[in-house]
Structures are given as structure tokens and as C-alpha cells.
Design a protein around this ligand. Structure first.
Ligand code: TA6
Length: 325
């Protein structure tokens, strides 16, 4: 090649290499859901209705959450599967003055939340900057246009909820901050109603609940104590556990191999639920009916009793589901 005189020098190589590939965040065509994806392939999809996480996949594209094939994703009813948000009441509370008129599990999961924005690892400081991360924030307030009208009529408090969904390579964290913007205190319960996907419920073992007390809702809400190191699911199971250690993980394994480690922050309870045959058959939006064999609800919450939130104060709680392998 003939060298040209006075050939312009290439620009000095940048002292800092270009940023590595960044997470992407895209909205669906119909603006009903938002999907975040890490450069390594992991992804999470959140339906704005209920701010319901409806999909969480690992880098290989394997789905970690169970979603009913008959789940309503059109805003007509709470999503059957994924991670519905339970607030301000868990179940129903017919004798609780403030929440007695609310529908089961409250109105957070049946309201349209607002997408508040995203932050990714390159905008984070410290070690987080080196680990591909994307956080999606969602909001719901008493003044929100998407608020379920039942809330305004049946729970007339001024409030603000911020729900954050944080995806890393081997974990998903969802956290909620419930702020009381009113001039009076309100009582609330909070729960993250996670439907984990499993291959075969009959091979599942749950650890981390040893010595915990629990309310057995399948046995007249009798209070019992977990006496075995491992809990298995062999029939309809609906239990509200209070583990001795608030921060110890609940681990879901199959045939001795750990799948998920669920840790809690400021959520003292863990509900374990599987509807089994009859209850699955009775739920119109639970399909396939044998799907109970492929799901286990592990639901961190603050539901045994009430959190009283003073005017101007807030309740915060979070779960992290770490993939074990
Ligand atoms: O979290 C367990 C539970 O309270 C069960 O009693 C069952 O009702 C489940 O929630 C599902 O409730 P849903 O209102 O979503 O049908």
C-alpha cells in the first residue's frame, strides 16, 4: 500500500474503553408491559396492571415464574401467576374497620401502575457498577388515574407506593415502599405473592422453615410449629409461616438440588401455597388444571397482624429470589 505523506493521525485511542453492552428496556406495542434485558440475556417483564412481574428468564431463556395459561393480562382481573402485589390487606379482613370492605388481597394488584423509570449498572456506584443490573420503578398513589376505584371508596387514605424490580444475572429483587401521605395513621399488610416454577411439586423440598410457627389455613387456621428440617407438598397447602430468623433464606430444592433461595427484608412472614387438585380445578383462570404440579407460591410478607404507618411515615419490604444454580 502506498504510504501518503502527511497522512492524518488516527485520533488517540480513548484512555477509557467504551462502555460494555448495556441492559435494554422496551415497552410493548400496546404499552401494557415493559421488558428489561441484560446483555447476557436474562430478562424480566412487568405488566403495568398490578405492576405484576409476569416473566423472569435466565440467560438460557428458562422461565422461573409460573403463569397460568388462562391468566387475564388485559386488566380485567388480578393476574394468576407471576408476582402479584398484595396491599393493603392479605386475604380479606371482615372485622378490620379500615380494610373490611376491600376485595381479597387489596387493590394494588388490580390497579394500573405508572412506569417511573429505569436505572442500570452504569449509573450505579461501587461494585454494582461492575455487575450487569437493571432496576425498573413503578408508582401507584391515591391520586393515580389507574387506581382501582374500589380503593378510593373503601380505603380513603392518601398514600403513595413505589415498587422496584431489580434484575441481576442470578437474582430478582422486588421491593415496595408504602408511604402514608395522610394526616392520620393507616394499618396495612403487604405481601409479594410469588408463583415459582418447579418441574414436579412432588420432588420439591423446602428448607429454612424449621422450628417456625405457622398458621395452617387448611386446618381451621390452627397455629402449629414446623418440626422437620424439610417441608414437602403432598396436598393442598396454605400456611403463613413466621420463621425464627427474619433474614434466613427459604430454599426451594428439587430432588436435593437447590433451585431458589428466597430472602426477605423487613417481611417477617412467608406464605407457602399450593392449591393442589381440587382448588386448581375450582379456579377458572388456573390452567392447565394439572399446573399445580409445576408451581409453588413462596410469598414473603408482613401479614400476621397489621403494620401501623404513621402520617408521613413509610413501610418498606423486599424479597430477593436468588437462582441456586
Ligand atoms: O397466598 C395464599 C392465598 O391467600 C390462598 O389462600 C389463595 O386464596 C391464594 O392466596 C390465591 O388468592 P387469589 O385471590 O389470587 O385467588
Amino acid at each position: 500500500m502506498v504510504e501518503r505523506a502527511n497522512k492524518p493521525k488516527p485520533p488517540a485511542l480513548s484512555a477509557t474503553p467504551g462502555l460494555p453492552p448495556q441492559p435494554t428496556v422496551v415497552f410493548s406495542e400496546d404499552n401494557s408491559r415493559v421488558t428489561a434485558e441484560l446483555p447476557t440475556g436474562e430478562s424480566v417483564t412487568v405488566l403495568l396492571y398490578g405492576a405484576t412481574v409476569i416473566s423472569w428468564k435466565d440467560a438460557a431463556g428458562d422461565e422461573k415464574l409460573w403463569l397460568s395459561e388462562a391468566a387475564k393480562l388485559d386488566g380485567s382481573k388480578a393476574v394468576r401467576g407471576g408476582i402479584p402485589i398484595v396491599f393493603p390487606v392479605f386475604g380479606t379482613a371482615p372485622t378490620h374497620p379500615q380494610t373490611k370492605s376491600l376485595p381479597q388481597h387489596g387493590f394494588a394488584r388490580t390497579s394500573r401502575w405508572e412506569f417511573l423509570g429505569k436505572s442500570t449498572s452504569e449509573s450505579m456506584a461501587g461494585p454494582a457498577a461492575n455487575e450487569p443490573t437493571v432496576k425498573l420503578d413503578f408508582g401507584l398513589s391515591s391520586a393515580a388515574p389507574g387506581l382501582d376505584p374500589l380503593a378510593t371508596t373503601n380505603w380513603p387514605f392518601r398514600f403513595n407506593l413505589i415498587y422496584s424490580v431489580t434484575l441481576k444475572r442470578d437474582s430478582l429483587t422486588t421491593s415496595i415502599v408504602a408511604t402514608n401521605d395522610d394526616a392520620q395513621p393507616f394499618d396495612c399488610q403487604v405481601l409479594l405473592h410469588t408463583y415459582l416454577r418447579v418441574k414436579d411439586i412432588t420432588t420439591v423440598e423446602i428448607t429454612g422453615l424449621a422450628d417456625a410457627t405457622y398458621i395452617d389455613k387448611v386446618d381451621n387456621a390452627t397455629t402449629k410449629t414446623s418440626t422437620t428440617p424439610t417441608t414437602t407438598i403432598t396436598s393442598e397447602t396454605d400456611r403463613v409461616y413466621t420463621p425464627a430468623s427474619p433474614s434466613s433464606p427459604v430454599t426451594v430444592s428439587t430432588s436435593g438440588t437447590p433451585l431458589y433461595h428466597v430472602t426477605r427484608d423487613n417481611l417477617a412472614n412467608v406464605v407457602i401455597w399450593n392449591p393442589w387438585t381440587a382448588k386448581a380445578a375450582a379456579m377458572a383462570d388456573f390452567e392447565p388444571k394439572e399446573g399445580f404440579r409445576n408451581m409453588l407460591c413462596v410469598e414473603p410478607g408482613a401479614v400476621a397482624g397489621w403494620q401501623s404507618v404513621e402520617a408521613g411515615d413509610a413501610f418498606e419490604g423486599a424479597q430477593t429470589i436468588a437462582l441456586a444454580n
